[in-house]
Design a protein around this ligand. Structure first.
Ligand SMILES: Cc1cc2nc3c(=O)[nH]c(=O)nc-3n(C[C@H](O)[C@H](O)[C@H](O)COP(=O)(O)OP(=O)(O)OC[C@H]3O[C@@H](n4cnc5c(N)ncnc54)[C@H](O)[C@@H]3O)c2cc1C
Ligand SMILES: NC(=O)c1ccc[n+]([C@@H]2O[C@H](COP(=O)([O-])OP(=O)(O)OC[C@H]3O[C@@H](n4cnc5c(N)ncnc54)[C@H](O)[C@@H]3O)[C@@H](O)[C@H]2O)c1
Length: 472
């Protein structure tokens, strides 16, 4: 057995692990990085990148079929499903060098392409190497949860780990789970020419404000996605090409393919965590607000830490632990300023509190201001007038923003800054936005906060009246 010593051992080369490894090595630490499967993890290979690339193909097909409103004849939007998958693979290949062994070795990281497992409180074995480390960061991510639904073990099904390799277009895709994976893939596939049925046990897009989620769900239904809510998939039967799902309320749905998108399971199984005294919960590695586990020298970041499961959260966690690991500074991970976006069309974006959460937390102190896409000139030129923004304000500062509509994921960035910097609404209202941009909606929402204070105020009217009397 080869034995090595390192300052920081990172287990998992996905969004979180790569951020820690790159940051720590460039600031002078000796860093060892383990990856048992593909460099780049889920986001690059099975998650964000392929899903957004496939959504782009679907958008192109949809745009071609719906261009008459711009004075351009509608086209057939003929889809070559396998070619769309080639586009997905090409996009992954373009990004892959940034996450590659070569790049990380070039930065000075020792990369070992093996699965890691703890052999002691400070030691991990990877292949024929035993690594002792001053600090260890678990960044092993998550995998698709496969629930114990009777019959599922005998029926072929897709997950996010297989879907992007499928080259024959499904005639009828059944999707179990109406979360972000389910709904993004539902719209992509209906636009790529498949029949799609989503079976959701509770409410589809249930983590978002229902008023905004409804806008997305109505649009998807309008495009032909069948969405069944409040029906738990409870039995699966059939064979490749002919699959039946039965739900707990007695409905039956038939399709040619099945995608399971019912949430995630943290990747802790291979790690032998008990050997290192690292405790877990049902959601993943148990961590405190500094992302430190029950073993003081071991941290967990990203999906495996069991909180919000997004690439930008894994990256943010990376930054937080680097401060503790390299500078021994007390750094805490917060969630109140973390945005998320579901990349349906229209997009659905959230940061901070939803309206319901803000009312629960702040009661009468909350003011909700809104602005509609229908009043935005750029949205009118693009014929993207569906949607709105809501901003929840307490004592002149935003505590949450929810946006549904064209480019909502771009618009939410400003509110992510406003929340993380604790900015006042007056800062947003005072900004000059270029005309005509969709982002003017942000300023308009801030304007909506001040309009009644300025235009409906007798004090303002009295002051203006007095000033006008006295100025020459
Ligand atoms: C279909 C889909 C779409 C998504 N879209 C988005 C999106 O648009 N935006 C967004 O922000 N998030 C999105 N996500 C979520 C995002 O992919 C994850 O939150 C992110 O990848 C988590 O990063 P991570 O570093 O925690 O884990 P991962 O990226 O999963 O990396 C973990 C790595 O650890 C390796 N590993 C595991 N165990 C071991 C071990 N014992 N030894 C060595 N290596 C190990 C794994 O092989 C993997 O490479 C999406 C997810 C899916 C499934
Ligand atoms: N745009 C993005 O940022 C993006 C996109 C995709 C995924 N993700 C990340 O990946 C995570 C996982 O996504 P997801 O959509 O798989 O999970 P999810 O947990 O968000 O949604 C799963 C859904 O499946 C339903 N469900 C569970 N069991 C069921 C059953 N037997 N029958 C019917 N419905 C059932 C649940 O009620 C839930 O609504 C997300 O939480 C998110 O963090 C992010």
């Amino acid at each position: 057995m080869k034995k090595i010593k390192t300052d920081i051992l990172v287990i998992g080369a996905g969004s979180g692990g790569l951020s820690v490894a790159a940051g720590a090595v460039q600031m002078g630490a000796d860093v060892t990085l383990l990856e048992g499967h593909k460099m780049g993890g889920d986001c690059l290979n099975y998650g964000c990148v392929p899903s957004k690339a496939l959504i782009a193909s679907a958008k192109a097909a949809y745009a071609q079929r719906n261009s008459a409103k711009f004075g351009v004849a509608d086209g057939p939007g003929t889809v070559d499903y396998a070619a769309a998958k080639d586009h997905v693979a090409d996009v992954i290949a373009q990004i892959a060098p940034v996450d590659s062994v070569e790049r990380f070795e070039g930065l000075g990281v020792r990369v070992i392409r093996e699965w890691g497992r703890f052999t002691g409180a400070r030691t991990v074995q990877a292949g024929d190497t035993e690594i002792s480390a001053r600090r260890i960061v678990i960044a092993t991510g998550s995998s698709p949860l496969v629930p114990p639904i009777p019959g599922l073990e005998d029926v072929p099904f897709e997950t996010n780990e297989t879907l992007f390799d499928l080259r024959d277009r499904p005639d009828h895709l059944l999707i179990v789970g109406g979360g972000p994976i389910g709904m993004e893939m539902a719209q992509a596939h209906v636009r790529l020419g498949c029949k799609v049925t989503v079976i959701e046990g509770d409410k589809a897009l249930g983590k978002d404000d229902p008023e905004l989620a409804q806008v997305v769900l109505q649009t998807l239904k309008g495009e032909g996605v069948e969405i069944i809510e409040g029906a738990q998939a409870s039995k699966v039967s059939g064979k490749a090409g002919d699959i039946t799902i039965e739900t707990d309320d007695g409905q039956r749905f038939h399709g040619s393919h099945l995608l399971m998108a019912v949430g995630r399971k943290s990747n802790t199984d291979r790690l032998d965590l008990e050997v290192a005294g690292v405790e877990t919960t049902k959601r993943g590695v148990k961590v405190d607000d500094k992302l430190r586990s029950s073993n003081r020298r071991v941290y967990a970041i990203g999906d495996v830490a069991g909180g919000m499961q997004f690439t930008h959260v894994a990256g943010y966690h990376g930054g937080v632990v680097i401060r503790s690991l390299l500078f021994a500074l007390p750094a805490k991970a917060k969630t109140s300023h973390i945005p998320w976006v579901t990349y349906t069309d229209p997009e659905l974006a959230q940061v901070g509190l939803t309206e319901a959460q803000a009312r629960k937390q702040h009661g009468d102190k909350v003011e909700v201001v809104r602005a509609d896409y229908a009043h935005n000139d750029r949205a009118l030129t693009e014929r993207k007038t569906q949607g709105f923004i809501k901003v929840m304000v307490v004592k002149g500062r935003p505590v949450g923003a929810s946006i549904v509509g064209h480019q909502a994921g771009e618009l939410i960035n400003l509110w992510a800054l406003a929340l993380s910097a604790n900015m006042k609404m007056s800062k947003i209202a005072g900004m000059v936005s270029p005309y005509p941009t969709i982002s003017e909606l942000n300023k308009r929402a801030a304007g909506a906060y001040f309009s009644p204070r300025l235009f409906d105020s007798s004090l303002v009217k009295t002051v203006v009246g007095l000033v006008q009397r006295f100025i020459p």
